[in-house]
Design a protein around this ligand. Structure first.
Ligand SMILES: *Cc1c(COP(=O)(O)O)cnc(C)c1O
Length: 469
């Protein structure tokens, strides 16, 4: 399509409406079936821009952006797929479908790391809704109005959040609680507004959350970050939406108040940055005085090619964005479909990193967001005759752990920290000794809220829990 025909009005498609899209007729029957069946389990949402400009329909189903946004048969086990297909397409029995879907979801580790229960801070003895505070300097804020996205990524670790989620009103009470919490925490320098996608909100709602952070009592807040996929799935948000100029003015206002407005842009694939409008979005963000960083997980079938990462980072750098993290895919949802061994992730990272200039080597990875912190694989080496992974924490719940090299036995099949064991005959990793610092209360809360038995929750988390976030 030419840039003149780029959709200007946001038009999402879901399981219920996808058959009305112009591209539906291009899909072979088998792929349509897969969408109808698998989207019962994984939330499915895409939009006309993604379909017109990012997906190459002559290359479906292998096209990476198709894989990134459309449910695929192999995301379920063969037996789950066959059973569910029978229920959805033949029996059409809604009660039985619901029961089967519930069962499949529970088998997919829907709350890796107790995402919604760990790291929730307390104020006056009460958990503060919508906040996570794991690393001393950065508080995560999940405004309830920002808990959906312009399209959903099939690998998303927050997928259970989207099942039945669509309440997009600004909530003044949430904003007040955030401000009250931050006033009590002078050690916090960064607020990361995340979701879902906060930029699903209109500018007025977003300003309702951001402007209160500019008061003099919060002078310790230096960076207001916004985590967003809109740079890729709906760059119109910064260019042609009716309040996109207002959005950029809001960024300017934050900058004028002496703070950094940092867009944490989620880019998975270079195709997302090839369209003229995506490039204009980067230019407009940067020219508002905001900064833009690029981060994404490494996902099998989607971005395994080091050349793709190199293109993404070098294009980004040329336009003014800063490569930030390459993450390891988490152990949730159809992770069997998406995950890659850590050894392979390291090779891909290294191949991409060695092919770009120093300006793009601000990127770090491959990094796992695990319970102790962000663990990066630095390399694979042989030390004293033992082949090992060299690792370190880039971020940790205990700041003393950051940047201490440590080693795990090399394991070609390991895909996550919980698969690794210490090298050189050590019994545990150095940070495991210190787990009593994980608040007992949090672990008990996890056990209570997830109904999961957490071994040793009165003392320290089990190895399995400790390996999660
Ligand atoms: C990654 C992350 C952050 C931010 O870490 P930076 O390294 O400062 O970008 C904050 N909180 C949590 C829970 C995270 O996973």
């Amino acid at each position: 399509m030419t840039s003149d025909s780029i959709p200007a009005k946001f038009k999402p498609y879901t399981r219920q409406t996808i058959s009305q899209s112009p591209q539906w007729a291009l899909l072979p029957e088998e792929l349509r079936e897969a969408v109808q069946v698998v989207s019962r389990v994984m939330p499915f949402r895409t939009n006309q821009y993604v379909m017109d400009e990012l997906i190459d329909w002559t290359n479906v189903p292998d096209d990476p952006i198709y894989r990134l946004t459309f449910p695929h048969q192999d995301m379920l086990s063969a037996s789950d797929y066959t059973n569910l297909k029978e229920l959805v397409l033949v029996k059409k029995d809604e009660a039985a479908i619901e029961e089967a879907v519930r069962h499949i979801r529970l088998s997919m580790n829907p709350h890796p790391a107790g995402q919604l229960t760990h790291n929730v801070p307390f104020m006056d003895g009460q958990p503060v809704r919508g906040l996570q505070h794991k690393y001393k300097e950065t508080v995560l804020f999940f405004p309830s109005a920002g808990q959906t996205c312009h399209a959903y990524c099939t690998f998303c670790f927050r997928w259970p959040q989207f099942v039945g989620m669509d309440d997009l009103k600004f909530d003044a009470r949430e904003s007040n609680e955030l401000v009250a919490y931050l006033k009590l925490h002078p050690e916090v320098t960064d607020v990361l507004i995340t979701g879902g996608d906060p930029l699903i909100m209109n500018t007025r709602s977003l300003a309702g959350y951001i402007e209160p952070l500019l008061v003099p009592e919060l002078s310790h807040i230096q960076n207001i970050r916004i985590g967003t996929k809109s740079v890729a799935y709906w760059p119109q948000r910064f260019v042609t939406d009716k309040d996109s100029d207002d959005l950029l003015r809001l960024f300017e206002k934050v900058v004028a108040a002496g703070k950094n407005l940092a867009i944490m842009g989620h880019y998975n694939h270079p195709a997302e940055l090839r369209t003229p409008i995506a490039q204009r979005a980067v230019k407009r963000i940067v020219s508002s005085g905001a900064t833009l960083r690029m981060q994404a997980p490494l996902i099998r079938h989607i971005n395994e090619d080091p050349k793709g990462w190199a293109e993404l980072w070098t294009t980004g750098v040329r336009l003014g964005a800063i490569p930030y993290y390459m993450f390891v895919e988490r152990d949730t949802g159809p992770s069997h479909y998406f995950q890659l061994p850590l050894a392979r992730a390291y090779e891909i990272f290294q191949a991409a990193y060695q092919s770009v200039s120093g300006l793009a080597r601000t990127v770090r990875g491959p990094s796992m967001s695990a319970f102790p912190g962000k663990v990066v694989v630095d390399g694979i080496v042989t030390i004293a005759g033992e082949k090992v992974f060299a690792l370190q924490l880039l971020q940790a719940r205990n700041p003393d752990w950051v940047r201490r090299p440590f080693y795990a036995k090399f394991d070609p099949g390991a895909t996550w920290l919980h698969d690794l064991v210490p090298a050189f005959g050590e019994k545990k990793f150095f940070f495991e000794a210190d787990h009593h610092d994980a608040p007992r209360k949090t672990l008990q809360l996890v056990a209570r809220q997830t109904g999961r038995y957490v071994p040793g929750s009165s003392e320290e988390p089990s190895r399995a829990v400790a390996a999660e976030a």
